[in-house]
Design a protein around this ligand. Sequence first.
Ligand code: ADP
Ligand code: MG
Length: 873
Amino acid sequence: MAEQTPMMKQYLEIKAQHADAFLFFRLGDFYELFHEDAIKAAQELEITLTGRGKGDERIPMCGVPHHSAEQYMVRLIEKGYKIAICEQVEDPAVAKGVVKREVVRILTPGTVVDKRMIQEKENNFITSITDFADGTIGFIRTDLSTGENEVTLLNDDVQEIIQELTSSRSKELVVDPQFAEEKLAQIKQAIHVTVSYEENADIISDYVTLTEPLEQKKLQTTFWRMCQYLVRTQKRALNHLQPVVYYPANSYLKIDRHSKRNLELTETLRDKKKQGSLIGVIDQTVTAMGGRMLKKWVEQPLIQQEVIEERLNIVENFSSFYFEREELRDELKEVYDLERLVGRIAYGNVNARELLQLKRSLEKLPAVKSILEKMSKNYSERWFSQSTSYEPLIALLDKSLVEDPPISVKEGGLIKAGFHEELDTYRDASVNGKRWIAELEQKERQLTGIKTLKVGYNKVFGYFIEVTRANVQLLPEGRYERKQTLTNAERYITPELKEKEAIILGAEEKMEQLEYELFLTIRDEAKKYVVSIQELAKSISEIDVLIGFATVAENNRYTKPHFSTENKVNIVGGRHPVVESVIPKGDYVANDVQMQAEREMLLITGPNMAGKSTYMRQLALIVVMAQIGSYVPAEAVELPIFDQIFTRIGAADDLASGQSTFMVEMLETQYALTKASQNSLILLDEIGRGTSTYDGIALAQSIIEYIHDEVKAKTLFSTHYHELTSLEESLDHLKNVHVSATEEDGHVVFLHKVIDGQADRSYGIYVAELAKMPTAVTSRAEELLFQLEQGMKQMPVAASTPFVETVKEEVAVAKEEPTQLSLFPEPAVEIKKEESLTKAEKQLMKKIKEVDVLHLTPFEAMQKVYEWQKSLK
Ligand code: ADP
Ligand code: MG
């Protein structure tokens, strides 16, 4: 192999330290990527792959201009990659040999704070887990844009880790390189998360105060790993990190990720839109911070009754103050994203505009407080107990920054006149100089008689006097000094002009420098308020969410839910918040739900499209809403506090996930059956549809029985298998309900009304008719249905019949062979048409038909079978 160039050597050395990231290597005006990085980046970014060097030594290379590099970085980060940005850290003009280069920052999906890469109303959490010898796992999530740090302990259970990662919507997970590989593989298989490694979990003295609130060493260690990683990748002080708070992981209503998806809590199943999800309906927040907090609440509803009721009581109080509420919303609308603003202040990338946003937000505080005080005397205490006064900061920002400062903080134009004496002097010099130049143009035009003479400026030559070629001969000899010749004009200077130029440019340069320095002192002043503003931001978010709840409650006629200690569900006139919002007003058919004692489980039958799935989801959504402290769509609601919600959709219905296999359905049901407790809510929607009818029914029945006898959770089970309705007789806590439909003029009309008792028929064929299926198909189907129904009457479906027992055994056997996807293959009986039977077979058939079974002893039966077999050999 040929000798490496010194630059390539440097590249390879740096790359070796950043193997898991794209190395953006600064070369002049470009960031270049080499080798594998280049090949992969060219593919991902659809840019041209070129090469460096010749012949065999040619290495793959691709590059992006430094000024437009960000857009490419954004795309790679969105795809879950990491990027190490390597800059030239000395001036190439003075460098001896290869210019010194260093990685100045590592961008990763979990640590980006760029507005283009993160969602306004969503936290961007990076997470880290640390496993301890005692079988516990420390879990931390940090949002670098807001500085939040939340830590908890989990059991050493991959599902629990996945659950926590999902509810944190983590994009990146930091682990010790020693972390168990197979566990990591399971996590990666379950969710899209970029994995990063950090070996070091040592204390960093600069951040020690952040861990003071933590009592446990394990929680601290968990934080330190995260902190080490952040410091290593960000390469700057992280002053805005907030003290680490402990959150108890299982103090929330647990909803596993499939159920969250199914229930469309924060986004729709199909196109992942907020519109059409629960949050799409109930988000009436007016600040980005409030939006983020609401999302967190929906991801993690509460289980502590007092805390839920505290929220509900505030909503109730807010509900009775219409005008104050609207006033408050108007004020809050003008509050910017305080959390992210202070994040930028601490991070050192805040600009003057954003400092003014901070000022305007803080100026809203007195009004916000006084409106709240009108509603309750307690609110100041609850939300604004801190002693910090923001007046000095507001005053400073007010007198220092101009109304409409530029985005850049290094090019001057930020600081108000009168704020700083020296700055004013420079400014005067510059202004006077410019005035002198403006007057020069007038003066010279008069003196030379050249009307088109003008004074101009460019970066290379500075100020000049320009005379068009046609007029050059009018100039008195030696009046100006010639500087530059253009095609149509000559440019000149005079010593006096250059003198003024020096004053102006000198003053401007000093001004820019001084303005920047002043800006930094202002920013540092603001930095002192970071911690208290973060606290303030929390209060504002909470107020915003709760005001939003009151607003939604009023707009959509929601009611306050109550929690009973009797473990009963009693919903009067419940509605599905999302479905109700998309159909014409008043069209939604409200339904009651009663679950208690002899109706702990409801078996829901009814035709397709009747509203079974809607009814089930409606209950789950009401539960979630109630447990985040929101009013609910119903007339009256009494609920227990649920600990977990499970929803499973039958494979045939679960098209959106793209993995509509029966195996997945079974795995998910298994999860519900093993994890649910007596205080859980289980929704099983058409389970068993993914297989043939008999297995489907058998399986559905045994699942129902298992929940009934063993799990005892409140359960809604929808099915189109009418055979299952007979279970009501054998199971004490199960009740049949059905969604009614009637026929009018031979067409089915869905009433969407859920009432006790079983549905009389399936109406599937009517739905086919509604769908304009050819009449030949539907009438033939009716014929077949009739025949099938006759046959079905002999199907054994009562509890614990031998048939079901056999199926259970089959299930047990099949479970030991996980690769076998179809758990219940159809029996491979070959049924021949009568014409094609042999003579012996025909005779045999005749004999079988003639046997009088009731008058046969077992021995005679055996003998007959023996003879029959012989006749076939
Ligand atoms: P099923 O699960 O019984 O096949 P769905 O619950 O999917 O039926 O409901 C089918 C459609 O009927 C829904 O998309 C909705 O538009 C409408 N629907 C369901 N329940 C109601 C209701 N209570 N009031 C009004 N429309 C309803
Ligand atoms: Mg359905």
